[in-house]
Design a protein around this ligand. Structure first.
Ligand code: SGN
Ligand code: CA
Length: 514
């Protein structure tokens, strides 16, 4: 009798435990390319309104202090996949080929029974590993009618890339095995250079003037590396390639005219090209007549850049909305973690720039939104310092998979659950390597606390910069030689050395000795 009682008790406990164990969440990881937090209205509504991205923030959490560890595309993606800094996963710059044999979060999820898929930009050169299904762009891909590489083939596509990636993502969701959890990476090309908008938004905001950033005409005083870059709207933004001033008479001759004429716009079909040309022709004529110079020309270039960038973004926002609506319709909203981020931030004219790479705020920061109704209070604002090394451990933690010891990031689950401290995180480490190369941003590494930033530019330069972000959020005053700050700088140098040891990074020494 006693044995029977025990037997039933065990069965009962087993069944009730099973009932209580939540099913692992699905994961949708949406990433855009070069989307600045300055143009996501949940962060900053001065330039544009992004209602669908704001919906995600309002229904979940917005990370107000979200950063990358190396502000450039392929390295950022490698960091996210592995949960390890660039010097550990080996993918320090865009020129390399990713070692796909190493462990990544999709592989760990696969082992735990997840179906995994990747649609969109990949950019890591080796073919994706850890995915049951993938359809990825070749390299950077194109905005119009761009081919996709699948497991077997390269297949053409028709339409605007942001719509196509979203369609393909929903198709995969339609066909998935509904008995198992899924992890889907939706990785957009937009809003990458050369900012080719969808036809339906070509005329939007044509008469709108965007507010100029205060630092559009920065003189880089006291910042040697900042002065040496080649990513300025004034000198490096190409009138034809970037701003589409392809005049029929061929009078606007620029360095990259041919790359635009024979490359970027070649993907448009005849119908699309007609609409494209009809939009730009009068703008080109007006521009030629105006004969702008100096500051006026810079301001004009800024407005054109912003219009096309924002138009690309409007389509991103629409497509995020489509995906969120799809989850509602399919009853998937409740048990799906939806993440929105970008591979890094971007300059919207601050310091006179486009592009990224620097450890300064606009490019070290990146948007990060997460919605997961069972855990995250709607409208949560998280202010702790988080970084893209944290994504992989967070996904594994939520999926109930043990976080491997060698992952360097931290799970953000405690913050999502409402804790306001992330134990083990006092400062962030950053290291950028891609020099000498396009845009000529010098190699540098550094530390960022919640108030201060210390950067060391090295390789063919040996220059330190120190900023008090509270007093100087625009990072215009390098205080490295200012006497009142010397104790603080010494202590940050010590902290930086500790971080380098903690993350096992001596790659600056190796590179300098080369
Ligand atoms: C391309 C762009 C650069 C950009 C890099 C890296 N030039 O080379 O402006 O910095 O990508 O961007 S382009 O002429 O090809 O547009 S990243 O986001 O992929 O790292
Ligand atoms: Ca990018």
């Amino acid at each position: 009798m006693k044995n029977y009682f025990l037997f039933f008790l065990i069965i009962f406990l087993h069944i009730s435990c099973q009932k209580e164990k939540p099913s692992p969440p699905n994961i949708i990881f949406i990433m855009t390319d070069d989307h600045s937090y300055q143009t996501l209205s949940a962060y900053d509504d001065r330039l544009i309104t992004t209602p669908n991205l704001d919906r995600l923030a309002n229904e979940g959490a917005i990370f107000k202090n979200s950063f990358v560890s190396n502000s450039i595309c392929a390295p950022s993606r490698a960091v996210m996949l592995t949960g390890k800094h660039s010097h550990i996963n080996g993918h320090i710059d865009n020129t390399l080929t990713f070692n796909g044999a190493q462990p990544t979060f999709p592989k760990y999820l696969q082992s735990a029974g997840y179906q995994t898929a990747l649609i969109g930009k990949w950019h890591l050169k080796s073919l994706p590993t850890g995915f049951d299904h993938y359809e990825v762009l070749r390299g950077q891909g194109d905005y119009y009618n761009t081919p996709f590489i699948t497991g077997k083939d390269t297949v053409p596509s028709t339409g605007y890339v942001t719509d196509v990636i979203t369609d393909k993502s929903m198709n995969w969701l339609d066909q998935r095995d509904t008995s198992r959890p899924f992890c889907l990476l939706v990785h957009h090309k937009a809003t990458h250079r050369v900012w080719m908008p969808p036809l339906k938004y070509l005329d939007s905001l044509e008469n709108h003037d965007f507010t100029y950033p205060e630092t559009l005409f920065d003189n880089y005083f006291g910042r040697e590396a900042a002065a040496a870059q080649k990513m300025s709207i004034d000198k490096d933004m190409d009138l034809v390639y970037d701003l589409k001033m392809l005049d029929e008479a061929g009078e606007i001759q620029t360095k990259y005219r041919e790359m635009y004429e024979q490359g970027r716009i070649k993907n448009l079909n005849a119908e699309e090209r007609k609409i494209w040309d009809a939009h730009f022709r009068p703008i080109i004529e007006e521009f030629k007549k105006a004969k702008l110079e100096g500051a006026d020309l810079v301001k004009w270039k800024y407005q054109r850049y912003m219009r096309d960038y924002i138009r690309c973004l409007m389509s991103v926002d629409d497509n995020v909305g489509r995906l969120l609506d799809y989850l509602d319709e399919q009853n998937l909203t409740e048990n799906t973690l939806v993440v929105y981020t970008s591979d890094q931030g971007f300059y919207m004219g601050e310091h006179g720039w486009f592009d990224k790479r620097f450890m300064y705020e606009e490019s070290m920061r990146t948007p990060l939104l997460m919605r997961y109704p069972p855990l995250v209070q709607p409208g949560s604002e998280i202010t702790e310092l988080v970084q893209n090394i944290d994504y992989a451990p967070t996904f594994l933690d939520l999926a109930g998979v043990q976080i491997p010891e060698d992952m360097q990031g931290l799970s953000l689950v405690p913050l999502l659950a409402g804790e306001n401290k992330l134990p083990g995180r006092n400062a962030l480490y950053y290291h950028y390597y891609e020099y000498p190369n396009e845009h000529m941003v010098k190699r540098h590494y550094g530390i960022r606390t919640d108030r201060y930033k210390l950067i060391h530019f090295y390789y063919d330069i040996d220059d330190w910069e120190f900023y008090d972000l509270q007093e100087d959020p625009q990072e215009l005053h390098n205080l490295i030689d200012e006497p009142p700050y010397q104790r603080m700088i010494d202590s940050l140098k010590t902290e930086l050395e500790k971080l380098k040891m903690y993350y096992k990074d001596d790659s600056d020494v190796v590179e300098t000795d080369k």
